[in-house]
Design a protein around this ligand. Structure first.
Ligand code: NAD
Length: 331
């Protein structure tokens, strides 16, 4: 397969790194308007499997492209993805799907009208710990509450509001786990270290009978990304970074203790289940899935609609933070 990667900046570099290591990728065609970005990726790949272009037009004139991934800044997602979809090329656009809900809707319609596969890079769905939790979620009974945080360090780069850049990941994961889209949100936001955007947000999302608090920021000195989900029969704790997952069934919960060790290790833990899975790079698994969907004409795990719903929830979160009221989430 020949794969075109448009945008070889911080995240695009990792797309090129992965594609150039796949056996089923013959040629990686990299497009970036920046000479410096192209120079950085030129060392990736082997035996001339990576070629570089400054424009999409130039690349398409010279190469046959079977699939494309788009990793340009979010405000260019629609324009770039729309032009590639119009050429009939199956496309993966990084999260968030687009900058606005309107553009997201247009992109989904264009892909449908052209009969072209559109996938959105909601990478955490491919995190092996998330996949294992999804497979084992029945141990929790009926999920009714979750608490998620995604804390990061300050950045000089202009990456946009914490709701759109970070919380969008967790909104999508909660949707994936409980199989429902959120309908209402109340929230707060703040700008702490960033020059332009609100780099801290905290929200309560309501998914009918399931509620979740989502906190995201880029003002913490350590990177920490964790989720705790509670159900009628148990709870689960997941660390997105270390890919550790523990499920605790509410049966045999110890409430009596006589030693300090028992307090620390056993009280309130119930029966622990440690599902077996192989830890791996989520981006690698996401890109392998994308190529599999292209080859076998399958619907991707993260569709345009999934991307649109996650974006709409993040946008509603920002609206709720501004209004100080609970806001509805609509697309
Ligand atoms: N899934 C994830 O975990 C994750 C992580 C980081 C970034 N992202 C997403 O990836 C996207 C890019 O983020 P980044 O941090 O890599 O940005 P970046 O600024 O580091 O890189 C963007 C690159 O795109 C190039 N570019 C801009 N317009 C172009 C065009 N029209 N044609 C070709 N190249 C163009 C720039 O020269 C730059 O090299 C964003 O949408 C971001 O939300 C996703």
């Amino acid at each position: 397969m020949n794969v075109m990667v448009v945008g070889a900046g911080m995240m695009g570099f990792n797309h090129v790194r992965n594609f150039s290591s796949f056996n089923n990728v013959k040629h990686v065609i990299v497009v970036d308007s920046s000479e410096e970005a192209l120079k950085k990726v030129s060392s990736l790949g082997h035996c001339g499997t990576v070629s570089a272009y400054k424009t999409i037009e130039e690349a398409l004139k010279n190469e046959n492209v079977d699939a494309a991934t788009i990793i340009v800044p979010t405000n260019s997602h629609y324009k770039v993805a729309s032009s590639i979809i119009a050429k009939g090329i199956p496309t993966l656009v990084e999260k968030p799907i687009t900058e606005t809900i309107e553009d997201g809707k247009k992109l989904i319609t264009e892909a449908k009208d052209c009969g072209v596969m559109l996938m959105v890079g909601h990478i955490e769905r491919f995190n092996p710990a998330v996949q294992a939790l999804k497979k084992n979620i029945h141990h929790l009974g009926v999920p009714f509450y979750a608490s998620v945080h995604r804390f990061g360090v300050p950045t000089e780069r202009d990456v946009g509001p914490a709701f759109i850049d970070q919380a969008v990941h967790d909104i999508d994961i909660l949707t994936f786990l409980v199989g429902k889209y959120p309908s209402e949100v109340s929230a707060v936001e703040a700008r702490i270290a960033d020059k332009k955007s609100n780099d801290l947000c905290s929200a309560i999302f309501e998914f009918g009978s399931f509620t979740a608090t989502v906190e995201a920021n880029r003002v913490t000195p350590i990177k920490s990304r964790e989720l705790v989900i509670l159900g009628t029969a148990g709870a689960a704790k997941l660390d997105y970074i270390s890919q550790d997952l523990t499920i605790m069934r509410a049966d045999h919960v110890t409430t009596k203790y006589s030693t300090f060790d028992e307090i620390v290790l056993r009280v309130g833990r119930g029966t622990e289940i440690k599902p077996y899975f192989v830890k791996d790079e989520p981006l690698k698994l996401e890109l392998m899935h994308f190529l599999d969907c292209v080859k076998n004409k399958k619907e991707p795990l993260t569709t345009g609609m999934d991307g649109l719903h996650a974006l709409a929830a993040a946008v509603a979160g920002m609206k709720a933070a501004k209004s100080g009221k609970r806001e509805s989430i609509c697309i």
